[in-house]
Ligand binder design. Structure first.
Ligand code: 0RQ
Length: 500
């Protein structure tokens, strides 16, 4: 089919974008992220810089992306502003040195914040598609993210038409954008599999400045091999959910599951899939990782609503070669819907996200190492945690070879407060904080989740706090374990007397 749009090289497309532009890219994780145009834009930035001219752009995406987008643009020092989430090592350094302004945002809020004008105008939408019609109908590829909103709001649109993703993905997306207040209405998703929108995005064809033909796989990174620690965390989560079911706190048909990204999330889902006692379940989540594909094939997972197919090339091939099977079991939604608090609360989702550290009150830091250094961002963890039927955070009890305790007296940064966090799970065990007061919480977390190397020093800390206060907090000692790590490189060296 011939298209009524200019067919451009990635370099020609990049030439259209000027210094100071704000670009809304497709991509939620590396899945469905634009690749050729951002890479060419990074090359253009290098040329401009070599000629002594400024060249930086504002980068909006769905979540993290791949090496051709965040990686290449960061390496070219071409990013002025970035939101809402990232996981690239070079970009992380630039964010932490103040070179790039980064706004860490709940992923469900990003599209409405763009619509409300809170982030300024979007000059370009650069979106990967697996098919496009002459009338401006766009079939997105392996994620939706915020691409639908960028396509609608941007002044101009560039499409990467990627032959690597088959046009038969048509039907796997469900595009829906809510009205804005005061006209806002309910979002009519009553079950994980409910379709409420359109399989395609439609843009005014006059806005399409060009189409770039590509053939590139998603730049998904593999997972680390499971370790005894991640396996044990997974097992503890599975055992906890089985016990909840037996106690009739989870209905026998189970509840939809949400799971975050990374090694731990992958291990948790693997353990749930293997469990003989967890019944077949649905997922209402934001990222579908490799571990879910065999669960869908075996029927352990009966349906997965997601925002992205974050799959390795092998797992992706599995899906595309059996597309009709998976199309009846997977739905990709915009992040505004996959992560929407209203739906999370209505469906009764069990949320499972990852902490960097947890404090004795049950407050969770998911983003900032030692309170200062941004790791990736809050992502969707807050969207789900605050509204979940049951909210779980898991992490290894220690980091950096045991020199850091993930259980600390006071979180050095707080993403999820004690009011939203119900259950903490490490390889050591489970702290069920529901209905517990601050002192009970502290004891449960020390006894069930802290590493044995740290239990006594955490108990010593508790002993220093005033027994009559509601929160067991010492203003002078709360961050002493963190200070000890920055001083000596090992939290185990703490001598509380040095800090009193
Ligand atoms: O560092 O790679 O240098 O060894 O953090 O930790 O244990 O490999 O776990 O890959 O699951 O990532 C919270 C970062 C965990 C991630 C986080 C260091 C550790 C290692 C990675 P190295 P692991 P994971 C989904 C929803 C955001 C919130 C969320 C994340 C590295 O899951 O970004 O769940 N979550 N969002 O050594 C110092 C500590 C540490 C520490 C871990 N206490 N101190 N370093 N690390 N704990 C996202 C989306 O919405 C898209």
């Amino acid at each position: 089919m011939s298209l009524p749009f200019p067919i451009l090289t990635a370099e020609e497309a990049a030439e259209l974008i000027h210094h100071g532009s704000t670009i809304g890219f497709s991509g939620f994780t590396p899945a469905g992220a634009a690749k050729a145009i951002p890479f060419a834009l990074a090359e253009k930035a290098k040329r401009e810089h070599a000629a002594g001219r400024e060249f930086k752009v504002g980068v909006l995406t769905g979540a993290s992306t791949g090496k051709s987008l965040d990686g290449a643009l960061a390496e070219a020092e071409a990013i002025s502003f970035r939101t809402p989430y990232q996981s690239n090592a070079i970009l992380r350094k630039q964010i932490n040195s103040g070179q790039v302004k980064f706004v860490d945002m709940h992923l469900s809020l990003l599209p409405q914040n763009v619509r409300y004008g809170f982030l300024g105008p979007v000059h370009w939408a650069v979106v990967e598609a697996c098919d496009i019609t002459p009338g401006g109908g766009i079939v997105l590829s392996t994620s939706v993210g915020a691409a639908n909103t960028y396509l609608r709001l941007a002044d101009k649109v560039l499409i990467e038409l990627n032959a690597k993703h088959p046009a038969t993905l048509l039907g796997m997306h469900d595009i829906f954008e809510p009205l804005d207040p005061p006209a806002r209405q309910e979002i009519p998703v009553y079950a994980s599999s409910d379709r409420i929108g359109s399989p395609i995005c439609v843009v005014d064809p006059k806005k399409i400045a060009g189409v770039v033909l590509t053939n590139q796989a998603d730049e998904t990174a593999g997972f680390d091999e499971p370790t005894p620690v991640t396996d044990q965390i997974g097992q503890n989560v599975a055992d906890f959910l089985v016990a909840e079911m037996k106690a009739n706190r989870i209905p026998p048909q189970f509840l939809p599951l949400q799971s975050g990204v990374g090694n731990i999330a992958n291990a948790v889902l693997g353990a749930l899939g293997r469990s003989k006692e967890v019944p077949a379940f649905e997922m209402y989540t934001e990222v579908l990782q490799d571990s879910v594909v065999p669960l869908l094939e075996s029927g352990r997972c009966t349906f997965a609503s997601t925002c992205a197919l974050t799959l390795s090339p092998a797992a992706m091939k599995n899906v595309t070669s059996n597309i009709e099977f998976f199309k009846s079991r997977i739905l990709m939604r915009p992040q505004e819907i996959s992560n929407h608090p209203e739906i999370v609360r209505r469906l009764g989702i069990v949320s499972m996200n990852t902490a960097i550290e947890v404090d004795l009150g049950g407050n969770v830091n998911s983003t900032h190492v030692m309170g200062k250094t941004m790791m990736n961002g809050i992502g969707g963890s807050g969207d789900f945690t605050r509204n979940a039927y049951l909210s779980i955070f898991s992490c290894p009890s220690t980091a950096k070879g045991g020199k850091i305790s993930a259980i600390v007296p006071l979180a050095s940064h707080m993403d999820h407060s004690e009011h939203s966090v119900q259950v903490i799970i490490t390889e050591q065990g489970v702290a069920d904080l529901r209905g517990k007061d601050p002192r009970e919480r502290a004891e449960l977390i020390i006894n069930h989740c802290a590493h044995p190397d740290y239990r006594q020093q955490l108990r010593d800390y508790l002993a220093f706090t005033a027994p009559t206060s509601h929160e067991p907090l010492s203003l002078s000692l709360g961050l002493a374990m963190h200070r000890q790590f920055t001083r000596s490189g090992d939290m185990r060296n703490i001598n509380w007397a040095d800090y009193r």
